[in-house]
Design a binder for this molecule. Structure first.
Ligand SMILES: NC(=O)c1ccc[n+]([C@@H]2O[C@H](COP(=O)([O-])OP(=O)(O)OC[C@H]3O[C@@H](n4cnc5c(N)ncnc54)[C@H](OP(=O)(O)O)[C@@H]3O)[C@@H](O)[C@H]2O)c1
Length: 218
C-alpha cells in the first residue's frame, strides 16, 4: 500500500508537492484553515485520477504516516500547533518552510544569528522527526529536478533522526527523480539551508527567474 502523506499548508508549495506526489500514486491530504477554498482546484486534479483529499490542518496531520510542512514561516509554529502535537508524534515532518520576511523591501530571515526555523520547529515538537530539505528552491524544481540541467544539481537535507533522513531521501528520489541529496547533519544545519535561500533568491533575481539550483563540485 502506498504511503499516506499529510501536507500542512495548502499554498503554492503545498499544492505543487501534493499534486506531484499524488500523480506518483501517493495518497495525499492537503490541510488548510479553509479547505473548502480548494474544492475547485482539487476537482481539476482528481480528474487526472489522483488521490487528493482536503482537510483541516489537524485532519491532514492525523491522515499522514509521513507529513510535509509548507506554511509561511511566521505562522509555522501556530499552524503546527493547530495540526496537533499528538498528530505529529513519532512522524517524519519534512519541513520546506522558510523564516522569511519582506517587510523591508527585500528578503531577509527573521530568525536570529545561531538559530533557524527548523530548530524552532524541532524543539517545539520534540516527538516529531523534523527533516529540513528543499527550502531554497522553487516548488516547481522541488517536484521536477530534471527540468534544469538534466537533474545534475544538488539537494541538502538535515535532521536529528538518521532513519527519517533516509526515508525522506528515498521519497524524493523515487517520487521526483532527485539524484544527489547530501545529508549535512543534525537539525542545526537548517541555519545553513535556510540561509542558502537568501543566496538563491539573489541569484534568481540576477537570472530573472527562479528555475535554478546549485551544484556541489569536488
Ligand atoms: N512556493 C515556493 O516555491 C517555495 C519554495 C521554497 C520554500 N517555500 C516555503 O514554503 C512555505 C509555503 O510557501 P507557499 O509559497 O506555499 O506560501 P503561500 O502560497 O503563501 O501559502 C501559505 C500557506 O500557509 C498557510 N498559513 C498562513 N498563515 C497561517 C496561519 N496563521 N495558520 C495556519 N496556516 C497558515 C496558508 O493557509 P490557508 O490555506 O489556511 O490560507 C497557506 O496554506 C513558506 O514557508 C515558504 O517560504 C516555498
Amino acid at each position: 500500500m502506498q504511503m499516506k502523506i499529510g501536507i500542512i499548508g495548502a499554498g503554492n508549495a503545498g499544492k505543487t508537492l501534493g499534486s506531484a506526489l499524488a500523480s506518483q500514486g501517493y495518497s495525499i491530504m492537503l490541510g488548510s484553515r479553509r479547505p473548502e477554498k480548494l474544492t475547485d482546484w482539487v476537482q481539476v486534479e482528481q480528474a487526472d485520477k489522483k488521490t487528493i483529499f482536503l482537510g483541516t490542518l489537524s485532519e491532514a496531520a492525523a491522515f499522514g504516516d509521513f507529513l510535509i510542512h509548507a506554511v509561511t514561516g511566521r505562522e509555522a509554529i501556530e499552524a503546527l500547533k493547530q495540526a496537533g502535537e499528538e498528530n505529529l508524534h513519532g512522524k517524519i515532518l519534512l519541513d520546506v518552510s522558510l523564516p522569511i520576511d519582506f517587510s523591508e523591501g527585500r528578503m531577509r530571515l527573521f530568525t536570529s544569528t545561531g538559530e533557524s526555523l527548523g530548530e524552532r520547529i524541532q524543539s517545539t515538537f520534540p516527538d516529531a522527526k523534523v527533516v529540513k530539505a528543499m527550502n531554497h528552491i522553487a516548488a516547481g524544481v522541488m517536484v521536477n529536478p530534471n527540468r534544469i540541467a538534466g537533474g545534475d544539481h544538488d539537494l541538502f537535507m538535515c535532521g536529528n533522526d538518521g532513519t527519517a533522513k533516509q526515508a525522506v531521501s528515498a521519497l524524493l528520489k523515487q517520487a521526483f527523480g532527485w539524484k544527489q541529496i547530501h545529508d549535512i547533519g543534525d537539525i542545526s544545519a537548517a541555519q545553513a539551508t535556510e540561509g542558502l535561500a537568501l543566496l538563491a533568491s539573489r541569484v534568481a533575481s540576477v537570472l530573472g527567474h527562479g528555475m535554478m539550483n546549485f551544484k556541489v563540485s569536488h
